[in-house]
Design a protein around this ligand. Structure first.
Ligand code: NAD
Length: 261
């Protein structure tokens, strides 16, 4: 028997034209990338790792920072991970004519690989690094470059032929860094018909404010959470589906296809 919550979500997706999705690490666990805070999460067994992934630690200890960063974010394997059913389902909604805006806390780039075109990477990306001294050049160093050097450095050469060699900063937003695209995120969270939060513990600010703004601000909308476990913000959701993202979307898709036939 189909769960009534799945039926309700299917109806909301079918009815909505403007869908905003806030995704977290949970959507990528089915691609083999561990999340941070569930029982097998990267932070769960070693909370000190959080302080090492801070802007203060990077500035004070850049040589120590880089090997830890590379290990924690799996940089060596980062080009090998593939989108899973959850990423694909959201990308397909766009192909079906819905306006889908993805606000992702993820840094793995998998929503874009799946084909979603309107993606805001609020916490940046592991796909590049940059030199803080030459930010104005907008030069990005890709994963291949980052992996070639143990401590990646800037290769910018000045007018006198001297190479910069400053230690790069990762494209990921570190603790203590400002998040990206918050204005666009706020706009998308409040101006939609359906706000869907998936695979996030909602423990990281200021992103965890978005369900609250979505509930009280902007257009009339429904707010839905799909997550394996509860969050401290559960009271803000109209529907909470406790379960796997891929499994949930597969059931929704079956219902949607049934309706179309
Ligand atoms: P989190 O680890 O705090 O929470 C993930 C949540 O997803 C947990 O509540 C977990 O129970 C749930 N979950 C895991 N797999 C699931 C599945 N298949 N179906 C349904 N629910 C599932 O993650 P967060 O809230 O995104 O915050 C973590 C921070 O870590 C973010 O800032 C993000 O940048 C970073 N991060 C990113 C990645 C990535 O890019 N893939 C991976 C780990 C961490």
């Amino acid at each position: 028997m189909i769960d009534t919550k799945i039926m309700a979500l299917t109806y909301l997706i079918q009815k909505a034209q403007n869908i905003t999705v806030l995704s977290g690490a949970g959507i990528s666990t089915e691609s083999g990338i561990p999340d941070f805070r569930s029982s097998s999460g990267t932070w769960t067994n070693n909370k000190s790792r959080q302080s090492l992934m801070s802007i203060d630690y990077l500035r004070g200890n850049p040589k120590e920072f880089w090997p830890i960063y590379k290990e924690l974010f799996g940089i060596k394997m980062s080009n090998e991970f593939q989108p899973n059913y959850g990423h694909q389902f959201l990308s397909d909604l766009e192909k079906q004519g819905k306006n889908v805006t993805i606000l992702t806390q993820n840094v793995d780039g998998l929503h874009s690989v799946a084909g979603s075109s309107n993606v805001f990477e609020i916490h940046g990306t592991i796909k590049h690094a940059f030199c803080p001294k030459h930010k104005d050049t907008n030069k990005k160093y890709d994963v291949e470059y980052i992996n070639k050097q143990e401590i990646p450095r800037c290769d910018h050469v000045n007018g006198k032929g001297v190479e910069c060699k400053f230690i790069l900063h990762p494209g990921v937003v570190l603790f203590g860094d400002a998040v990206r695209h918050y204005k666009e995120a706020l706009e998308a969270a409040t101006q939609c018909d359906l706000f869907l939060v998936i695979g996030s513990s909602l423990q990281v600010g200021p992103i965890n404010e978005l369900p609250v703004y979505a509930k009280y601000g902007g257009t009339e909308k429904k707010i839905v959470l799909i997550n394996n476990e509860g969050t401290e913000l559960d009271e803000y959701f109209d529907i909470i589906i406790k379960g796997g993202i891929g499994d949930t979307f597969k059931k929704v898709n079956e219902l949607l296809e049934g309706v179309e036939k």
